[in-house]
Design a binder for this molecule. Sequence first.
Ligand SMILES: [Zn+2]
Length: 350
Amino acid sequence: MGSEGVFRCKYCGAPLEVSPETIVAICNYCGRENWIKGSGRVLIVRPASENEALEKARRLVGESFRNTVKTPLQVFIPYYVATAIADADYEAKTMVTVERCVSKRKGNTTVRECYTRVIPVYVKGYLAGFGNRYSVPARKGVGGKTVEALGKYLLRSEIQLVELASFKFEREKASYRNILAVELDKSDVNELILDQHLDELRKRVIEEIRREARVKASIHGSPVSVSIVWKRITPLNIRIEVSDPILTPAYYVRYGEQGEYKILLSGFDLRELVIEKPVSRIERALWGIAATMSSGLAGGIAARLLMSQTVHQGSFIALSLAIAIMAGGGYGAYYSIRKMFRPVGVSIKV
Ligand SMILES: [Zn+2]
């Protein structure tokens, strides 16, 4: 039982994949918009041809795999591109640790003596026009490295957008084409971007507070560290603009005897975004060594930090650092072990 047979394209009668989340489904055959909820406009990035994608993939895999490259699958993933701008009014109380060194003569040698002090610093300011651009896949529960890579690349690219209503697909290629339906509307995206941008704004303001605190404390010595004791960050004048959904093409190409390796190319300028490659036995052995080393090494550093005698304020930092290193080492080991057993190397180029 599928939704096939229930929903058909109202222009050509081809079956449409429609879920309860679908807002607009685009027909794989005729490429026209079928709005299930509401109405609007869909944009598309003009795709490069399938032949060009095939040629590019053949060049990428090299002579020994050239003849194993399968027919590229063209996929269109809908993204929204949003621009967000906000200001922030902020103030903070910080404690800046500064170090000061003096040279003293003892007999006929010079001794350098350093001591640290903690200086309370108050910071207040206004950050204007903090802006950022985001790409959001217009799908629910869609994520993963490929979708993320294509979204990032879309933001960085010079692209020409065409209205889908005036765009013509090649009908005979429909079996190699997959156009994903739009499942988020502009107000959903607006909310997502608001959260994301406020997070970014907060991070930016905290950086600014630390920077200003260092500058203010530097008259007492060279700043070593800043801790924020208390802060207020008030976002103001938040402006968000969300595009129409943009169908962004990508080519998935399989290669290898069984088609076991994948390549993801951007579908408009054929940039390689994700490449899987066979990993040699020697490389796998090296990953095994890396796994052993990263777990052992991280354990060693963490233990030393945990045992080191520190002043009571610093001990918390040492402890959290130790935990972070252990977690990081654990991850490094996990990553290396996975690499060791998996005969595929993945590199992400964005
Ligand atoms: Zn159709």
